[in-house]
Design a protein around this ligand. Sequence first.
Ligand SMILES: [Zn+2]
Length: 349
Amino acid sequence: MELLRELCNAHAVSGFEDEVREIMRREFEKSCDSVEIDSFGNVIATKGDGEKGIMLAAHMDEIGFMVKFINEKGFINFIKIGGIDDRLLINQRVVIRSKSGKIPGVIGSKPPHLQKEEEKKKIIRHDELFIDIGARNKKDAEKIVEVGDPIVFEPNFQKLNDKIFYGKAIDDRLGCYVLLRVMERIPSDIPIKIFAVGTTQEEVGLKGARVAAFRINPDCAFAIDTTIAGDTPMIKETESRLKIGNGPAITITEASGRGVVTHPKLREFMIRTAKRYKIPYQVDVLEGGMTDGAIIYLTREGVPTGVISIPCRYIHSPTGIFSIDDVNNAIKLLEKTIMDLNMEMNGLR
Ligand SMILES: [Zn+2]
């Protein structure tokens, strides 16, 4: 659990993934044959050897913000990095990472006592909001914060009970954790080459996975990410049937077909593997949202790609909720899929 907590609490807005990258590098070095960082900041670990190669990808970056402007009074305006609902922002605690260290801040608001009737109904856009770091004025603020500094929601990893946890950035530190654990379990004499990649800048256009997949040129690939659980009062069964605790999701298609369309053979293979080893699973048909899989499968002449996702509640918010059973079953499903696929690599491509 400590490793998962460390991953979720790390600070890694898209393009500023170094804290997570260092954790990934440290852990991969314990279990893999080689670990390197490419020019885009992706961490690429390898294990095994052979003609064929499988790429595994989980993104290290998280949604967040960046300092855009510091006003005369020392309050900070910001831009959003990645998809965030403006309605979630008021009064959130955030952490700005600057040259001076980690600076805590609070996104301010106007107390209800002072709000006019029409103000109460209005959604306040992120560009009208500001971060309060307790500075007396601009000069004071500029001593510790600069324009361009990355910002995340305050780390808050916690247990709700034995199975259910919450935290910021579970999208996609859960996937990073799955990668690390799977690479520990794969034997070093596996007769294919496994490339585990902690990718950068997924939340802003699947960029790290694009360059890593080009370089690796794998025979097939798996992206490991989070997806939307539909088991809360606000979501209809027709929007998402996934439930936390019911197993990892095997994706059939993302973003109504604009994202990955999982290779039918891989899809069948994953489902067969889940059944063979009695691993609970769910099937995901996503109307919106995509993963690194969407870009990996378009690499070069095309790469058969599957996606395994962990259902989460309140994704892209300051606090997502997930079941640790789904994480452990995703590890099992990915490991068994790789081990069995190793025997059947021909015929996919
Ligand atoms: Zn994600």
